[in-house]
Design a protein around this ligand. Structure first.
Ligand code: R5P
Length: 313
């Protein structure tokens, strides 16, 4: 179906996903230059008229984070100055999210700073997925539609017909996401809890919940260096899990992530295409599921002023 008055643009972070979303919507990706000036400043120019349109800009703020964030801000500013009626920042992966509070003195809250920047650039709405912490929505004074990769991920795990699965959150902060998966899969829930038992001892891993003899699905919002997930996998195996699957919405994959993930010997590693994975970072057993349909449908519903939350009923 061709939507009228709807325009879609993208930065360079994830053109494959942007094109897939456009195919879902049966719309062309808006023609624009998003390049560099000789001094490496970002050079944006829209090659189509956007006056009065409902404009969506697709850009994950994945590495190189600052370049991608700046491209997004400049695209938003450009659409505003080109008289788009409304500008929605579509951010499949919202970077800088992990600093969402001051958990020690003299540190910034970058998740809030990025929210301020997006609003200052002129964004009227934000559409994102599996924020590191749902309360980041409250950092904005504009509407935020928060999608979950859950339907895509759980459909995949259901198709595997796993024997006695237990969804495991690799840390206490991820319980909400893991609980959502366990409900849909009708599986048990467990949580890895790493504790320092005394100030001078190393951390010891506990598992709250029963993983012994079961298939553990470690579910997290993102894998960055892979440290959290590899450590959690080691602990659940020590507690008797018979096999381990890894599920993470955002494959940030930096540092030694690929080596760490490979060392887990997981039966499967499932991520989404919120962030593209370069061939250098592909590893065996990795499945990358598309969230293009989810974003495409959410964009269609936002444009038509229809419910987005009902996508998850
Ligand atoms: C932490 O709260 C997050 O949910 C992830 O578990 C964490 O950020 C992953 O980072 P890394 O892969 O570097 O351990």
């Amino acid at each position: 179906m061709l939507e009228t008055g709807l325009t879609i643009f993208a930065g360079n972070s994830n053109l494959e996903l942007a094109n897939e979303i456009c195919r879902y919507l049966d719309l062309p990706l808006g023609a624009a230059t998003v390049g560099r000036f000789p001094d490496n400043e970002i050079n944006v120019k829209l090659d189509v008229d956007v006056r009065g349109t409902d404009a969506f800009v697709i850009q994950s703020t994945c590495p190189p984070v600052n370049d991608h964030l700046m491209e997004l801000l400049i695209l938003i500013e450009c659409l505003v100055r080109s008289s788009a009626r409304r500008v929605t920042a579509v951010i499949p992966y919202y970077g800088y999210a992990r600093q969402d509070r001051k958990d020690e003195s003299r540190t910034p809250i970058t998740a809030k700073l990025v929210a301020n920047l997006l609003e200052s650039a002129g964004a009227n709405r934000v559409l994102t997925m599996d924020l590191h912490a749902a309360q980041i929505q409250g950092f904005f004074d504009i509407p935020v539609d928060h999608l979950y990769a859950r339907p895509v991920m759980t459909k995949h795990f259901k198709s595997l017909n796993l024997d006695d699965p237990v969804v495991v959150s690799p840390d206490v902060g991820g319980i909400r996401l893991a609980r959502g998966y366990s409900k849909v899969l009708g599986a048990r829930l467990a949580v890895v809890d790493k504790r320092r038992v005394s100030p001078d001892s190393t951390e010891i891993g506990f598992v709250i919940g029963d993983v012994e003899g079961r298939t553990a699905i470690l579910a997290d919002d993102l894998v960055s260096t892979g440290g959290t997930i590899a450590e959690a996998a080691k602990i659940v195996k020590e507690k008797g899990a018979k096999e381990v699957y890894i599920s993470a919405t955002h494959p940030v994959f930096c540092g030694n992530a690929v080596e760490r993930l490979a060392s887990v010997n997981a039966s499967g590693i499932v991520v989404t295409n919120s962030i593209p994975i370069s061939t250098a970072k592909e590893l065996s057993g990795l499945t990358q599921l598309s969230v293009a349909g989810l974003f495409g449908e959410a964009i269609r519903r936002i444009h038509q002023s229809k419910s987005v939350s009902s996508l998850f009923d």
